[in-house]
Design a protein around this ligand. Structure first.
Ligand code: 9UX
Length: 69
């Protein structure tokens, strides 16, 4: 099932942070697209059969915190 996931990300302060979070989420199996927005501390992810916990863990591994909105 394709899903759209809205995440609240904390800890991002620059465009490099945005890049790190984007790459981390993109690498999770099933993820189709990622749009991370620094100004709103949010990420919009589309995925097919992705494990949301894996997405949250991938963000945490980069040193940021993600929560489903
Ligand atoms: Mo630049 Mo963003 O050090 O953490 S990557 S602030």
């Amino acid at each position: 099932m394709s899903q759209t996931i809205e995440l609240a990300i904390t800890g991002m302060t620059c465009d490099h942070c945005v890049h790190a979070v984007t790459e981390a989420i993109q690498d999770v199996p099933g993820v189709e697209s990622v749009k991370v927005d620094l100004a709103s501390n949010a990420a919009l992810v589309t995925a097919m059969n992705a494990d949301i916990e894996k997405i949250l863990a991938a963000v945490a591994e980069e040193g940021y915190t993600a929560a489903v909105k």
